[in-house]
Design a protein around this ligand. Structure first.
Ligand SMILES: Cc1ncc(COP(=O)(O)O)c(C=O)c1O
Length: 471
């Protein structure tokens, strides 16, 4: 299975007949020479394109959509600033992300605070900042927010995070139970048990709090072998439908109309996603992703019973940034083996441990051999791209690539979401640099980590034993 098919590449990538590859107008060979490898390359134009397309699709179907960029997907300040410049709201999940949003110039009135078990420090910072809304995860959190609000003498806008009953959804697709168990079980308060209604009532009753809405997130289900766009859209519609049913029930019980409905994220950018079982790349294949218009249609269908005009919030991370970043890496070694299978192992100077998402789930990445003509013949052996660490370090499995050589460059596409943010220093490999490209202009965005950075955090050491001694 080839995952070097340009039909799946982002709009800003161009592979010229002479083999040169550019990303948002920057030549990748030049960029590697100037900035070294491995390097994450962010495209500002692709970020803008993704936001604009999604915003247009949602605005065509909904009267008051708001897109919040979910910073957890990629927390480079350059990305956050670009999204802020486009007018996006921000979805933060930690004290650091909140500080980053503020430092990137995001107005407090556009910040949404997420997370379960939020620390006192995080809640206090959010309340002091005067954020747009805190998504409340539990009844106990209501008490914690009230106490801080009282101390600071302010009123805090709160939305209540829902764990839906998913009754209709599970009837239509019993396998959704696995998604719930793996990804969503720990969040929010249950509508089925009455907990969610109790949290809403507690917020309504508290003079320090203002009830502003309900919130739910159905995650990207690309971890599933049976992923299809149709199935994902059906899940989104049925979740939205159940949220509206709950809001109508609340109105009957409390007389309050829910001002904001937050539908979370779960989308991915690009035309398709490459799925394979880690450790068995031979089952890999491209699956189409929902187009923004199809997503907007599915959401509108789910909201059809809302006989009022709520603000509809989205917290999309993967869609905004997924295909707007590539990882540029250099080939360190090429080794052809015959056992246990005929394979070519190509070791890169980046490792799966620098973007742990690949090892954790099924989503793979299209790969381009930089400097090789687009029509270059593929090498007869299936290629495993691997990293130099001693982990299960598969970067891409069972792919078709031209005859790459030591010192050559490869571009791993669609590396924007949940990659760099999950990178580790496993085996003591420093983390890559990040550069930001805007229509051919390249700027450093995050410096490459050094060996000195890794040393820096060690505090215990030579004083553990007397000089020359051992335990
Ligand atoms: C509450 C919440 N909102 C938004 C997101 C962003 O999701 P995505 O990047 O799939 O759009 C997540 C992801 O985990 C989330 O938990």
């Amino acid at each position: 299975m080839s995952i070097s098919d340009l039909a799946h590449a982002p709009e800003v990538l161009a592979h010229a007949p002479d083999g040169s590859v550019s990303f948002d107008g920057a030549d990748l060979a030049r960029l590697a020479a100037d900035h070294g490898t491995p390097t994450w390359v962010i495209s500002a134009s692709q970020l803008r394109h993704n936001y604009t397309v999604l915003h247009a699709a949602l605005s065509a179907r909904l009267s008051r959509p708001v897109i919040a960029y979910s910073m957890k997907a990629n927390n480079n300040r350059a990305v956050v600033q670009t999204m802020a410049g486009l007018g996006a709201a921000m979805d933060c999940s930690s004290e650091h992300e909140l500080a980053l949003a503020v430092s990137a110039g995001v107005p407090a009135g556009k910040v949404i605070i997420n997370g379960n078990g939020k620390s006192r420090a995080y809640l206090t910072a959010a309340i002091r900042t005067g954020v747009w809304q805190i998504n409340v995860d539990s009844i106990a959190e209501v008490g914690r927010i009230r106490a801080i609000a009282r101390e600071l003498g302010v009123t805090v806008p709160c939305a209540v995070r829902l764990k839906l009953s998913y009754t209709t959804l599970l009837e239509r697709d019993p396998s959704y139970e696995r998604t719930l168990r793996v990804a969503e079980g720990k969040f929010g308060s249950s509508t089925r048990s009455g907990d969610a209604e109790a949290v809403v009532k507690a917020v309504l009753a508290a003079e320090e709090l203002e009830f502003v809405g309900v919130t739910h997130h159905a995650g990207f289900p690309g971890i599933r072998a049976d992923y299809t766009a149709e199935r994902q859209l059906m899940h989104q519609t049925l979740c939205a439908q159940e949220i509206v049913e709950f809001a109508r029930l609340l109105r009957r019980a409390t007389g309050v109309t829910v001002p904001r409905i937050n539908l979370g994220g779960g989308l991915r950018s690009g035309r398709s996603v490459y799925l394979s079982t880690p450790g068995n790349g031979t089952d890999g294949e491209f699956r189409a992703l929902p187009r923004p218009e199809e997503y907007a249609e599915a959401i509108a269908a789910g909201l059809v019973q809302a006989d009022w005009d709520p603000i509809v919030q989205f917290e999309t991370g993967g869609f905004q940034v997924g295909n707007a970043v590539l990882l540029l890496a250099r080939v360190q070694d090429v080794k052809d083996v015959t056992r246990p299978r005929e394979r070519r192992y190509v070791t890169l100077d980046c490792a799966m441990t620098m973007f742990t998402g690949r090892g954790l789930n099924r989503v793979g990445f299209p790969v381009i051999a930089v400097g090789q003509r687009p029509d270059a013949p593929v090498h007869p052996l299936p290629v495993e791209l691997v990293g130099p660490t001693c982990a299960y370090d598969s970067v891409a499995e069972d792919i078709l690539l031209p005859d790459v050589r030591e010192g050559g460059l490869v571009a791993l596409l669609n590396h924007g979401a949940y990659c760099e943010v999950l990178s580790t220093q496993f085996n003591g490999f420093p983390r890559p640099a990040v550069v930001y490209v805007d229509d051919g202009v390249v700027r450093p965005a995050r410096r490459r980590e050094t060996l000195a950075d890794i040393w820096e955090r060690e505090s215990a050491g030579l004083d553990l034993w007397p000089a020359g001694g051992t335990a």
